[in-house]
Design a protein around this ligand. Structure first.
Ligand SMILES: [Zn+2]
Length: 168
């Protein structure tokens, strides 16, 4: 995917914050990066749900790790191998997956950190539907492609606060 320099029209790679030819700063570089990273995340999520392990593997860094905080103190840690093995579970109630409130926290030419809210809608109605998490996700650029390196998820309640079990 290429972009044109806003000053001289030269073709630029998507992650360039200034033009390699005329030196002009590219005002929308962060927004373009944000869109690209969210596409990577969305693609990985759908590959996981559909069980497309080849696509999923291509989008996860070798040292990928997922840390999910379900509620106070209960954590699940999953590595790349297990994530790929788990891909393709069938959730008959699954309706949709969406990302909102995305924010670019940090970027270098080879790394980026994003925060966003993920929502999974399901055709059931229990305490955890929709299933909403606040995510901090790190991306690394490897051979010209962004991959997901680390995800930290915190489950949220209906008020957008970290979920707390009544049983605790
Ligand atoms: Zn230029």
């Amino acid at each position: 995917m290429e972009n044109e320099c806003s000053e001289c029209g030269a073709n630029l790679a998507i992650n360039q914050t200034e033009c390699a030819y005329c030196g002009a700063a590219q005002p929308n570089a962060d927004e373009r990066l944000l869109v690209e990273l969210m596409n990577v995340k969305r693609k990985a999520e759908m590959a996981y749900r559909r069980g497309n392990k080849l696509v999923l593997e291509s989008l996860l860094a070798d040292d990928y790790e997922l840390l999910e905080v379900e509620c106070e103190g209960i954590e699940g840690r999953v590595d790349r191998k297990t994530t790929v093995e788990n891909a393709g579970f069938v959730d008959p109630a699954f309706l949709s997956y969406s990302i909102s409130d995305e924010e670019l926290l940090e970027r270098t030419p080879e790394t980026a950190k994003m925060a966003f809210i993920q929502t999974v809608h399901r055709s059931t109605d229990n305490e955890h539907d929709p299933y909403t998490t606040r995510s901090k996700t790190h991306f690394v650029r490897h051979e010209g492609r962004w991959k997901i390196a680390y995800e930290h998820l915190v489950m949220l309640d209906k008020n957008g606060q970290p979920y707390k079990s009544d049983a605790v």
